[in-house]
Design a protein around this ligand. Structure first.
Ligand code: SF4
Ligand code: SF4
Length: 226
């Protein structure tokens, strides 16, 4: 695995390393499996407890896409691969990500009103197949109108069995990618992690770059979600 000293002209970039090792595909598949598993578990829980999963038929404004959202680095990577593939990595996007990340990291939870960068004008997620586990495992049984109203009457339906899985996947990702072990997970606010990942993609010194960027991002996100 590349180290700081080996990050010379012949060393792979972050994007090249992810593709060559199959790491990008592997982690992407695992995230999809976590989401599918959580969805099945929540559906079963709803059946057993005679509840509905409101998200299944939600046509309301996606208030859940205005929440502060966590993403792991291994979840940001497939998003970045998609943005690049679709020609969506523009200076304007990076600027929007930067502003959204700043808001998510500084504005109080109750006052955070900014829609996710990836929420389309039609209220659909523009990266749906690559959305992070925090999005794909968020379900409620209360009416969708309660989500938008932020009335405090939102009843979350969660699958505790799937809560720890993304962190476990991250540990394997860090190991396989040869990244530095930090005292935090490589995770933070969704727009921040996507931005860091975009910036790291073509870098050969990504080991140092990611460690230096992700540690403060993880600290900032932990502070604002407390
Ligand atoms: S969390 Fe609320 S707004 Fe989001 S999809 Fe579910 S019901 Fe709709
Ligand atoms: S990534 Fe998609 S599902 Fe998640 S908050 Fe953004 S728009 Fe919503």
């Amino acid at each position: 695995m590349p180290s700081d000293a080996a990050a010379g002209a012949g060393a792979p970039t972050f994007g090249e390393m992810l593709a060559a090792g199959g790491l990008l595909d592997d982690t992407s598949v695992v995230t999809r499996q976590i989401i599918a598993g959580a969805s099945e578990a929540v559906a079963e829980h709803a059946r057993t407890h005679l509840k509905v999963v409101s998200c299944d038929a939600c046509t309301a404004t996606k208030a859940c896409c205005y929440l502060k959202t966590r993403a792991y680095l291994h979840e940001a990577a497939p998003i970045v691969a998609r943005l690049r593939r679709e020609g969506r990595d523009t200076p304007e996007l990076r600027q929007t990500l930067k502003q959204a990340a700043h808001d998510m990291e500084t504005v109080a939870k109750a006052r955070h009103q900014r829609p996710c960068v990836f929420l389309g004008a039609d209220e659909r997620c523009t990266i749906y197949e690559d959305r992070p586990s925090a999005c794909g495992t968020h379900f409620v049984s209360s009416p969708a109108t309660e989500c938008a109203g932020r009335t405090g009457n939102v009843t979350a339906l969660c699958s505790t069995a799937h809560e720890q899985m993304p962190a476990q996947v991250e540990e394997q990702f860090v190991l396989r990618a040869g990244l530095r072990r930090l005292d935090r997970h490589y995770s933070g606010a969704l727009p921040r992690m996507v931005l860091i990942c975009l910036e790291a993609w073509d870098r050969r010194d990504y080991v140092t770059f990611l460690a230096e960027r992700c540690l403060p991002a993880a600290h900032r996100f932990a502070q604002i979600t407390r």
